[in-house]
Write a protein of this length. Structure first.
Length: 759
């Protein structure tokens, strides 16, 4: 009886300890790129159950390993675990990947460990923690250190990361009270048994009711009682100042909280990260969220005079009278539902691409200070800023847009059209070539130097866009100075600091292009945000926070319109560019042409492909007519059992060679590029890798960009190599970057991917 009751108590404590472990796992998706958190929680529960049942180590260790392999298969591979090529294929990959990573550990190249192996290590760590919980509860009956570590872990995350641990702290304290109290009770029971006392302190209904009552009362009083305001100053900014080097708030106004603001006439200064949510968006693909643009650069920031026109058509005909680009641009129509976070108020729309319509019935709005029946609203378009603003009829009240559904066009721009040239309209030149009279001469001289080697607007724009990445400019949000009176914001960034954030990079690009007679404007809004959910209707739900506030540049091209560009270090322009087919055929062997991210790479008819296959045929001794004729043989002889045996042997050898042909081919290409690979062969090697992946059954889907494909390949193979190779390939193909030295840098990643395919 005693043993049974004690066992139930231990089980209850063990279950509570698992809930504490769960609190360690909850923040992981927020502070890291880890997904599938439910797999890790399930594995931890699985390990806890096995350990509690006290199964033999000869059974529990293989079972936990098998459970981890199943988890790895679920996360990294596709298809049922028990299907052909499912679990066994994952096991085979696990063995080869483990051997590769163990060698990295012995050479202390820990940064090169694959995501597949890191995930396995996390599974093993969870299993070890589950055993430690069992040991602490059933043997030492002490778990205070684990509870204290959990509280410290959660409070640190709550203070320095986006994690909101308010409820987590309450859960941990309540569960901790139960665990510590019950463990103390068990300890007293054992002490009293040792001196002969019995049936005095065994757990009973009265004990449990008392414990629950005390915890509920203490928690309720703590939650509901009035709280004094903080009596001490917040120590966190001081800590971040001395440890992270951030400026102290309130010291000269040089630090502000990141977010979307209205006033941009004085740029500069560091900011404090703000991860609070601004709005949610449900759409098919990620996009930049445009708020407005400004056209007049003052030397310290941007200002703009609104030019409002009433857009009744938004309600009457679901159309808009403001356009970013002409009808010559290829577009695809999409929809997006914007839902603002509670308490966040903007009176204008945020939209991706070209806004073409607003679903009137979807608009949900409020007017601060008013309740009951709301006044009717009208939308006005600022044709200069591209800003669509909601007003009441008398325009005296501020309207807060809470939710709305938009129709927009996602554009793809022809490089041929962008390079074609033409004359800018006079209205464009008057407004979007403005520069301060006191702009330092060296800014203009630098702009002329950057574009000196190019003869068309698009190549000039790309040269300026890439100038910052090729000259060691750094993205930094702290200790960013504000220009003094008489000091130009762009001049300071280009020639003195050479570090800053999006405002510095975008303003500098806009000014440099204006200095060489290219119309530009400064745009602000938000980056795509974080994908948080894939919805049943095929759309994706994104969370956009204040930390996603961003600025970029739009450049005017005759007969095309306004095209976005992204100069800020660490950010990628998600606009599509494509080369028309006739240009691809004429220039696909040129190292200096620019390619669209969606462009199909050379297929089996390309010169590079034929060259490689010619090398393969020449070195393997096949391909000539004589060789093919030698493969013919006569079947006119009598068919006996000997011939049957020989036929079976030949058939088996053919099947074996057929099954190994990919390995043989891949082995050949490994040797071929190791011996003959030079810098100018990087593009050819990358295209060959795409061919190998396709041959291995890892196909590139229709409409899938190279970056999306690279991420999927790395996830399947447990590598980061494809992403690295693709980034370099895009710089060479789309950015006119020379391939000097790139093959030597990337050869290791290329060979690793081929070896993983062979394994």
């Amino acid at each position: 009886m005693d043993k049974k009751q004690s066992s139930i108590t231990h089980l209850f404590i063990y279950a509570l300890a698992f809930l504490i472990l769960w609190e360690w796992l909850r923040p992981i998706p927020t502070i890291t790129d880890t997904g599938h958190i439910e797999v890790f929680v399930s594995f931890a529960l699985f390990s806890c159950v096995l350990i509690y049942l006290r199964i033999s180590p000869f059974l529990i260790i293989p079972t936990i390993l098998l459970g981890s392999i199943y988890g790895l298969h679920y996360i990294f591979h596709e298809g049922p675990f028990l299907s052909r090529g499912g679990g066994l294929e994952t096991l085979r990959f696990f063995l080869s990947d483990s051997w590769y990573n163990i060698r990295l550990i012995f050479t202390w190249d820990l940064a090169l460990l694959t995501d597949f192996f890191r995930t396995f290590l996390l599974f093993m760590l969870l299993a070890l923690i589950c055993y430690l919980l069992y040991f602490w509860i059933f043997h030492t009956k002490k778990i205070f250190f684990f509870l204290l570590s959990t509280v410290i872990y959660i409070t640190v995350l709550d203070t320095f990361t986006p994690v909101d641990a308010s409820m987590a702290i309450i859960r941990i304290i309540v569960i901790g009270f139960f665990i510590v109290t019950l463990l103390q009770m068990l300890k007293i029971q054992e002490e009293e048994k040792a001196i002969g006392k019995r049936n005095k302190t065994y757990i009973s209904s009265a004990w449990m009711y008392t414990l629950i009552f005390m915890i509920v009362v203490a928690t309720s009083v703590g939650y509901g009682a009035p709280k004094f305001d903080p009596q001490w100053e917040d120590p966190v900014p001081v800590f971040r100042h001395y440890v992270l080097g951030e400026e102290m708030p309130g010291t000269g106004g040089s630090v502000r909280r990141v977010g979307y603001g209205e006033n941009d006439d004085r740029l500069g200064g560091g900011f404090v990260q703000d991860f609070s949510t601004v709005f949610y968006a449900e759409t098919e693909s990620a996009s930049y969220w445009r708020g407005e643009s400004k056209y007049e650069y003052t030397g310290h920031g941007w200002v703009s005079e609104p030019a409002l026109t009433e857009s009744h058509s938004l309600f009457d005909e679901n159309e808009i009278d403001y356009y970013l680009f002409t009808d010559n641009v290829e577009t695809e129509e999409r929809e997006v539902l914007i839902t603002m976070e509670s308490g966040v108020g903007f009176n204008h729309l945020f939209y991706p691409g070209q806004l073409i319509g607003l679903d009137v019935e979807s608009v949900n709005y409020s007017v601060p200070g008013q309740s009951g029946e709301l006044p009717l609203i009208t939308f006005f378009t600022d044709r200069v800023a591209g800003k669509v603003i909601a007003h009441t009829e008398d325009r005296d009240d501020y309207v807060v847009l809470n939710e709305y559904r938009l129709t927009y066009q996602e554009a793809s721009f022809s490089l041929n059209a962008l390079r074609r040239g033409g004359d800018d309209p006079e209205s464009i030149r008057e407004r979007y070539l403005q520069l301060p009279e006191d702009l330092p001469d060296r800014v203009v001289e630098l702009a002329e130097e950057i574009v000196a080697d190019y003869d068309n607007r698009y190549d000039m724009v790309v040269a300026v866009e890439q100038y910052f990445s090729s000259n060691d400019f750094e993205y930094q949000t702290v200790d960013v100075p504000i220009p003094e009176e008489g000091q130009d914001y762009v001049d300071q960034f280009l020639f003195e600091t050479q570090y800053g954030y999006c405002d510095n990079f975008s303003t500098a690009m806009a000014v440099l292009l204006r200095a060489v007679d290219i119309p530009t404007r400064w745009v602000k809004g938000f980056t795509p945000g974080e994908e948080i959910e894939r919805l049943p209707n095929g759309t994706i739900r994104y969370e956009i926070s204040n930390n996603n506030a961003h600025s970029w540049v739009e450049v005017y091209f005759p007969e095309v319109g306004w095209v976005p560009f992204e100069p800020t270090q660490g950010f990628n322009n998600n606009v599509e560019f494509y080369e028309e087919e006739e240009e691809i055929e004429e220039n696909n062997t040129s190292e200096d042409n620019y390619e669209d991210n969606e462009r199909e790479l050379p297929d089996s008819e390309s010169p590079e492909y034929e060259q490689d296959m010619g090398d393969l045929e020449e070195e393997s001794g096949i391909g000539s007519n004589n060789d093919r004729n030698n493969l013919n043989f006569s079947l006119s002889v009598d068919f006996t059992w000997k011939h049957a045996v020989i036929s079976l042997i030949v058939l088996g050898m053919v099947m074996l060679v057929y099954r190994k042909i990919n390995i043989l081919q891949n082995g050949y290409f490994l040797l071929h590029y190791r011996l003959l690979g030079k810098d100018e062969r990087f593009k050819t090697a990358y295209q060959r890798l795409l061919w190998i992946l396709d041959n291995e059954g890892i196909y590139r889907e229709d409409g899938e960009t190279l970056r999306e494909y690279a991420i999927r390949v790395d996830k399947i193979l447990g590598s980061n190599g494809m992403k690295n190779l693709t980034n370099t390939y895009e710089k060479i193909y789309y950015g006119a970057q020379l391939a000097d030295g790139e093959w030597k840098k990337q050869q290791k990643d290329w060979e690793e991917l081929v070896r993983l395919l062979n394994s």
